[in-house]
Design a protein around this ligand. Structure first.
Ligand code: NAI
Length: 461
């Protein structure tokens, strides 16, 4: 069989790319070695973690806010087996959905692991498939840490953390990044003692400093403990316990922490094993990222790469955008991704969402900017829903009023951020948001109030 495009990997980058290729009239196949389509995101990442975050958030609401609303009675007890089943069913619905979309778009699923013997050929098992173009969308894998061996039982990666045999009494999380804080929140709500050990002095590196500070305080209020400025040296296991050894950076003193389970969440690295990139001389960076030009083309003609395997934030939606864009390029059209407007969301409670530049980045670049900030305490809907923690912070150019960034911590932040994303794509000024009628009572009004605060002032603060 010969194809116009073979996509390697069926995660959000790969499957979206394949669908767009098919829509543009290209004969397309996807190679996937997993049992089900959807990659890390659908099988062991974004989707299952959101199911557990949703279920445990419901539990938190029942335990903490129901009585105050006059909803009396015993709080629900946790049936862990059923919760995992709900998570697995959520995964199955989504992965089957991709299978349906492949059939609908006449995309072939070649089952197995791919290698590229030469440009124009993809080998899967004993079969070699001819193709005009190859898109590598092979994603990423957990980055290991010296001295920490993942057994997916006591010492787990995000994959193991989504399928623990039982709820641990104590959990040590290495790394206060997105995975650590989302999964840490899940197990804290399920009753585990959660301690996060972070190398830096702040959580969620790269985020707006004010958000980092408030976020940490709110997580601490929920009972999550933090050990900051601490470099993990290693983890040893004995019977069903783990001992994590770390050194405090301020005085080099060594400490240990015991727990039932350890989650290693110190980042991910490109997954390109077995593709044969070295033999093909495909250029990669020192950190293993495939190098591409502005059209996602590698240095080898006919081979493209997108998503976690190339440079940039390791986010499903960034991969999706690149998948669509590279399909357009292959079909002879224009493909475009605006890397300046890629939102980032952490699905804790409250949620954290960010887009564009942080105040720290603007300061460093010497830009003159103004800040419009509005607390959810001034938002009627948030108060009614016990969701007054957090704020919206809008950054706009001091002279032109053009929006430069937005940082939200609060209810539904991951949805609210998109108003700003659309605004930024249209080159909106803060005043454009401020002059747009927002329905009352909604959380969105907090975004408008932050925009008003960039001008003559917010109304409810
Ligand atoms: P991360 O890069 O977000 O955070 C890793 C943290 O570990 C950093 O704070 C780092 O300073 C710390 N660290 C590194 N070495 C350490 C050591 N030896 N001791 C203590 N701390 C150490 O990585 P994470 O959370 O593993 O996520 C991986 C990728 O997956 C990220 O690119 C993330 O964006 C993506 N992801 C995104 C999600 C979302 O969009 N909601 C959800 C889950 C993952």
């Amino acid at each position: 069989m010969s194809y116009d495009v073979i996509v390697i990997g069926s995660g959000p980058g790969g499957y979206v790319c394949a669908i767009r290729c098919a829509q543009l009239g290209l004969k397309t196949a996807v190679v996937e070695g997993r049992e089900t389509l959807g990659g890390t995101c659908l099988n062991v990442g974004c989707i299952p973690s959101k199911a557990l975050l949703h279920a445990t958030h419901m539990l938190h609401e029942a335990e903490h806010n129901f009585a105050a609303m006059g909803l009396k009675g015993k709080s629900p007890s946790v049936d862990w087996t059923q919760m995992l089943k709900y998570k697995d069913e959520t995964i199955a619905q989504n992965t089957k959905g991709i299978e349906f979309l492949f059939k609908k778009n006449k995309i072939d699923w070649i089952k197995g692991w791919a290698s590229i013997p030469e440009a124009g050929k993809v080998k899967v098992g004993d079969d070699v498939h001819e193709t005009k173009n190859i898109v590598i969308a092979s994603g990423s894998e957990v980055a290991t840490l010296p001295g920490v061996e993942i057994d997916e039982n006591i010492v787990v990666s995000s994959t193991g953390a989504l399928a623990l045999k039982k709820i641990p009494k104590s959990l040590t999380v290495i790394g206060a990044g997105v995975i650590g804080l989302e999964m840490g929140s899940v197990y804290k709500r399920l009753g585990a003692e959660v301690t996060v050990i972070e190398y830096l002095d702040t959580i969620t590196p790269g985020m707006d400093a004010e958000v980092q500070k408030v976020f940490k305080r709110l997580l601490e209020k929920q009972g999550i403990k933090f050990i900051m400025g601490a470099a993990v040296q290693g983890v040893s296991t004995a019977k069903s316990k783990a001992t994590t050894t770390y050194k405090l950076r301020k005085d080099d003193s060594e400490h240990t922490l015991e727990s039932d389970t350890v989650l290693l969440a110190t980042g991910r690295k490109p997954f390109t094993d077995g593709l044969g990139l070295d033999a093909l001389n495909v250029a990669t960076s020192k950190r293993g990222m495939i190098e591409t030009d502005a059209n996602w083309a590698t240095n080898v003609k006919g081979i493209y790469a997108i998503g976690d395997a190339i440079t940039g934030p390791m986010l499903a939606h960034k991969a999706e955008d690149e998948g669509m864009a590279v399909a357009e390029v292959i079909a002879g059209k224009q493909g475009h991704v605006n890397y300046g407007v890629i939102p980032g969301v952490i699905y804790t409670h409250p949620e954290v969402a960010t887009v564009g530049q942080t105040e720290e980045q603007l300061k460093e670049a010497g830009k003159s900017y103004k800040v419009g900030k509005f607390s959810f305490m001034g938002n009627g809907r948030a108060k009614a829903n016990f969701a007054g923690d957090g704020f919206v912070k809008l950054l706009a150019d001091k002279d032109t009023d053009r929006i430069l960034g937005a940082h939200i911590i609060g209810p539904m932040a991951g949805d609210l951020i998109h108003e700003i994303c659309v605004g930024m794509e249209f080159g909106a000024a803060a005043q454009d948001i401020a002059m747009t009628c927002h329905a009352h009572p909604t959380y969105s009004e907090a975004v408008r109030e932050a925009a008003l605060a960039c001008g003559d002032g917010a109304i409810h603060s």
